[in-house]
Design a protein around this ligand. Structure first.
Ligand code: BJW
Length: 249
């Protein structure tokens, strides 16, 4: 309770808030976390064996099937109380005249479906395909699996999931925005991420340089837990609604 009140107080008076979310935020929607996603017949693979450009080049059909299953699951799942509370926190902060930046590593679009706006999808989106040649994605939304891969696009490339794989750079504009907002924030929250993947794991160091209050929300300890001003050992679906009520309710 003391911890909740302290965080609520900081949030209520914040001028610039950055939130980084990871797969744990969608766990209560029924979507396995990234490092828990290797279920059933996928359990013989590691994520690094499927989420790479090399894997797609070697066996596009298998990689596409993994994405098909995860995309259909994401589209069938609903945002949970944590997603909705975060959207309400954003609205309350914007009404207070503060800035709010939501950087998500999640590819499932559940934040947007819960009402969050201007979400920066730093690892892309699982619900879209893009052309390997033009890197255009907007017109390539198709939830139904394609029959075969690689499937040529009209632009001379092939369709691939519109995500950022291991070994690929994040979009320059996303990285610049993330760095700039972290260097300028007074509150930084990392929610539901294991903090093992670069470059997102480094964002906290910019926030610390900025003198921000840093808050982790995760039922499990992470390699970065000791760096945070507050580490909350609860699920996002439990804690974020309480935080919204305590700060703005
Ligand atoms: C709850 C909860 C509840 C559970 N409530 N919480 C060695 C050293 C340093 C770097 C590297 C290295 N080797 C390779 C690299 C670089 C690599 C990297 O970081 N690898 C690490 C594994 C070591 N990074 C990259 O390659 C990145 N690109 C890059 O560095 O480019 C450089 C470059 C420059 C110029 C030219 C070329 C290159 C790209 C990284 C892209 C990551 N992409 C993925 C896949 C996306 C597509 C897909 O979904 O298939 O993104 S990987 C995967 O990890 C996915 C996730 O977004 C990301 C982060 O995972 P996340 O979200 O933290 O999930 P989990 O499952 O790990 O954790 C869930 C957490 O939730 C847990 O802590 C639970 O406790 C918690 N939780 N229930 C709250 N209810």
């Amino acid at each position: 309770m003391e911890q909740l009140d302290a965080i609520a107080q900081v949030l209520r008076h914040a001028k610039s808030v950055v939130v980084l979310t990871g797969a744990g935020v969608s766990a209560e929607s029924g979507i396995p976390t990234f490092r828990g996603a290797m279920e059933g017949h996928w359990s013989k693979y590691s994520p690094q064996e499927l989420a790479t450009p090399e894997a797609f080049a070697r066996d596009p059909q298998r990689v596409a099937q993994w994405y098909d299953e995860r995309r259909l699951k994401a589209l069938a799942c609903q945002p949970n109380a944590g997603h909705f509370a975060l959207a309400k926190i954003q609205e309350a902060l914007l009404n207070n005249g503060a800035s709010f930046t939501l950087l998500t590593q999640n590819v499932d679009q559940l934040h947007q479906r819960a009402g969050s706006t201007d979400v920066v999808e730093i690892h892309g989106s699982i619900v879209k395909w893009r052309c390997t040649k033009t890197h255009t994605s907007d017109e390539f939304y198709d939830p139904e699996p394609f029959e075969t891969h690689p499937l040529p696009t009209p632009y001379g490339g092939v369709y691939r999931p519109d995500v950022v794989w291991f070994g690929e750079p994040l979009k320059t504009e996303d990285l610049a925005l993330a760095k700039g907002m972290c260097l300028d924030c007074d509150v930084y929250m990392a929610i539901g991420t294991s903090a093992v993947v670069y470059p997102a794991t480094g964002f906290i160091s910019y926030a610390i340089d900025a003198g921000a209050t840093t808050i982790e929300i995760n039922p499990a300890e992470t390699i970065l837990s000791s760096e945070f001003s507050h580490s909350v050992r609860e699920t996002s679906g439990d804690f974020l609604p309480e935080l919204y009520e305590a700060a703005f309710g």
